[in-house]
Design a protein around this ligand. Structure first.
Ligand SMILES: Nc1ncnc2c1ncn2[C@@H]1O[C@H](COP(=O)(O)OP(=O)(O)O)[C@@H](O)[C@H]1O
Ligand SMILES: [Mg+2]
Length: 442
């Protein structure tokens, strides 16, 4: 037996310590996506052994038929994904990011960093393509979106306004094989039927007065890409028939034309309505509903995911801090309570606008309840008063009507610039002017 001699620490242990210090749990892959090195913490996080030479896609995604992460890795694309923990049940998620190694065009290999994203049901915060959440329902949506993105299946996203339907459509597009193609967005509620038809399907020269040249519609412009039909329940019945025809034949006929034009589009649609009810009310075709809703995705309203208000508040405060106009280090408990108490009919969009308002209205490193729009904090406007009095900053005209006060504050903030004040308040210039007159502020 060889006598035990004092040895230098094995190089592996040094590398492990260095990688763990700089990147946490991670794996180094060669160009063939085989694991050349994995930190001990990576194995612990994945809950399984990570033998040298094992294929990373197989390790992370097994041989499941839909392996979006594996496919992205194999295609040499940057990965930013949540996958179920290989050594656990499907409920525990690991976050994976990939960094190409080397400076050449073709990477030498990849560094995969791994993070514990917690159980779907845990309240750990995750981010997915610009969407932040700690809500189990939202995390579930992310895993579904990842699974279905690379297929061509038609997706219907349902959720109230401001819940992130468009972000989901963007994520699907970006994760799909069509990502280098166009993503065309059309809001079916924004236009009257005749205009909408030509916007969607295009028109030929002379089809109507003003049609001076052949013009492709959104469907054609989305060729080899994704067409996002927002507020699809508002599509008039006659256009529903045309959309159905398009989905069935994969062709469009422009207004004024006769010959079908072949298109290759993936359709993602969204609505704030229950399509089934629209069908029952005779406003929506059942056959079209089934076509659109091959994969339904439901986004819960913000008030149904209360933990997210704090998460998103912090997120938006960070974003607004980065703009550099004001730095908020702390959101006062009463302000957070007021935010959590509100029922957010405009969901995440409304929360973002509210924080933008509070940023502009208030001053200093603490965001206090008095910075929030009156309807969130005025006892008269909201059911339950919840303010610590000390947190409400006195304003010069604190007995004026809340709206007048809001307008004055916005004008003070913008040094009297009405354009900017209108923007801040989410009003048109004309409306601002009219309200200023009503309140005797002119
Ligand atoms: N989970 C989220 N995390 C961060 N921002 C979000 C989230 N959900 C929505 N947003 C933001 O809220 C706004 C509204 O989102 P959007 O996708 O347009 O909603 P919808 O299409 O349902 O009306 C956008 O500014 C979007 O970036
Ligand atoms: Mg929208």
């Amino acid at each position: 037996m060889a006598p035990s001699t004092p040895r230098e620490p094995p190089i592996d242990r040094l590398i492990d310590a260095a990688l763990a210090a700089t990147s946490g749990a991670c794996m180094v892959l060669d160009e063939g996506l085989r694991v050349r090195f994995a930190t001990a913490s990576a194995a612990a996080l994945l809950g399984c052994a990570v033998p040298r030479g094992v294929s990373a896609p197989a390790l992370l995604c097994g041989d499941k038929p839909k392996r979006p992460v594996a496919e992205a890795l194999a295609a040499g694309e940057p990965v930013h994904a949540l996958v179920p923990r290989p050594g656990g049940d499907d409920e525990h998620l690991v976050r994976i990011r990939s960094v190409p190694l080397g400076t050449g065009k073709k990477p030498l290999g990849w560094l995969l960093t791994l993070q514990d994203a917690g159980a779907i049901g845990s309240d750990r915060t995750v981010e997915f393509h610009g969407m932040w959440t700690r809500d189990a329902g939202m995390k579930h949506v992310f895993t579904v979106v990842q699974k279905i993105a690379r297929s061509d299946a038609t997706v219907l996203v349902r959720g109230e306004t401001g819940t992130g339907k468009e972000l989901v459509a963007q994520a699907i597009h970006r994760l799909s094989d069509r990502k280098d193609g166009p993503l065309r967005v059309i809001n079916c509620a924004a236009l009257p039927a005749n205009l909408l038809e030509s916007e969607l399907f295009g028109h030929l020269k002379g089809a109507f007065t003003g049609a001076v040249r052949d013009t492709p519609g959104h469907v054609q412009l989305a060729d080899h890409g994704t067409l996002f039909l927002d507020e699809v329940a508002e599509l008039p019945l006659e256009l529903q028939a045309k959309l159905l025809r398009m989905l069935e034949t994969r062709t469009v006929i422009p207004v004024g034309g006769r010959d079908p034009i072949a298109v290759d589009v993936r359709v993602v649609s969204a609505t704030h309505r229950a399509l089934r009810q629209e069908v029952e009310a005779g406003r929506f075709r059942a056959d079209l509903m089934y076509r659109l809703r091959v994969i339904p995705v439901f986004l819960p309203p913000l008030r149904a995911r209360p933990g997210d208000i704090e998460v998103l508040t912090q997120r938006f405060v960070d974003e607004l801090n980065a703009r550099g106009k004001r730095r908020v280090d702390h959101v006062a408990p009463a302000a957070l309570a007021a935010l959590e108490h509100h029922d957010w009919p405009g969901n995440v969009r409304e929360l973002r606008n509210t924080l933008e308002y509070a940023f502009a209205i208030g001053e200093g490193p603490e965001l206090v309840a008095g910075d929030l729009p009156p309807e969130l904090v005025e006892p008269g406007l909201d059911a339950e008063p919840m303010l610590a009095a000390a947190e409400v900053r006195p304003t010069p005209a604190s007995d004026a009507a809340p709206e007048a006060r809001r307008i004055s504050a916005a004008l003070a903030r913008t040094a009297g610039n009405r354009d900017q004040a209108a923007k801040l308040l989410g009003l048109s210039r004309v409306t601002l002017w009219r309200r200023m007159r009503q309140h005797g502020l002119v």
